[in-house]
Write a protein that binds this ligand. Sequence first.
Ligand SMILES: NC(=O)c1ccc[n+]([C@@H]2O[C@H](COP(=O)([O-])OP(=O)(O)OC[C@H]3O[C@@H](n4cnc5c(N)ncnc54)[C@H](OP(=O)(O)O)[C@@H]3O)[C@@H](O)[C@H]2O)c1
Length: 254
Amino acid sequence: MKMPMSTAVKHIFITGANRGIGFQLIKKMLPEFKPEKVFATYRDPEKSKELKDFAAHHPNVQLIQLDIRDFDKYEEVAMVVDAATEGQGLNLLINNAGVTSKVAKITAIRKSELTDNFETNTIAPILLTKALLPLLEKASGLNPDSPVGVGRAAVVNVSSILGSIQGNDQGGMYAYRCSKAALNAATRSMSLDFKKSKIIAVALHPGWVKTDMGGPKAPLTTEEATSGIVTLLKSLGTKHNGQFYQHDGKQLDW
Ligand SMILES: NC(=O)c1ccc[n+]([C@@H]2O[C@H](COP(=O)([O-])OP(=O)(O)OC[C@H]3O[C@@H](n4cnc5c(N)ncnc54)[C@H](OP(=O)(O)O)[C@@H]3O)[C@@H](O)[C@H]2O)c1
């Protein structure tokens, strides 16, 4: 059965939603996608008051407390989402939560910084996608030619231009660069592995954005970056599968 084309994205899951790019993305996606449910994860209630207040005024935003390094909790999260979506599945998974190490030089890097960045930026997006894959599959494949929306699902891995091997002309930043390059590799594998179920997988560089991570010198506000990102998400289709994009829709080199 072919379903009608639609840009409505019914069920969305986003990690690291309490601040920065994640929080602004939710605010932008609600009016654009009119979702029935956005599952928004946060880890620390003290750092999530704004998100909690926002969710209190938006009943379609369902909060889930999750430290994304708590890998053993993923199956329970998948069950919560399955129940809340009444078995209809997820249309969009945005693996947004991320960390960076302040240590740039190889002479100063320690094992703990490398493992911290890899656990959060690479391992968590892979394992969370694995846990939520049955739900993405439920929502995908009915509209194989349509953009993400009714009958089509997508995984968006929030990466960074600093994960581009081709674009690395400055060196350093081992923990962050390597963890995001590995996330890019995982994205390409997902795009090939999910072909049968028509789930789209892309890596996304949100731009250099004024957040706690991006710092005050960043040229883009979260408002500007997420405007572009939502425009890209609205058109996300087969031609984007397995590629690396930045916030304004420009394709990047791996
Ligand atoms: N800002 C930029 O210029 C820029 C550029 C390129 C790529 N990015 C990428 O964009 C994404 C969002 O970054 P941002 O700028 O919005 O950063 P941010 O303001 O520092 O926010 C990071 C988010 O990730 C969450 N997070 C980190 N570790 C977590 C964990 N173990 N469990 C659960 N949540 C965790 C944080 O939650 P807490 O509040 O609990 O810490 C927070 O919600 C990241 O993947 C980042 O690498 C950002």
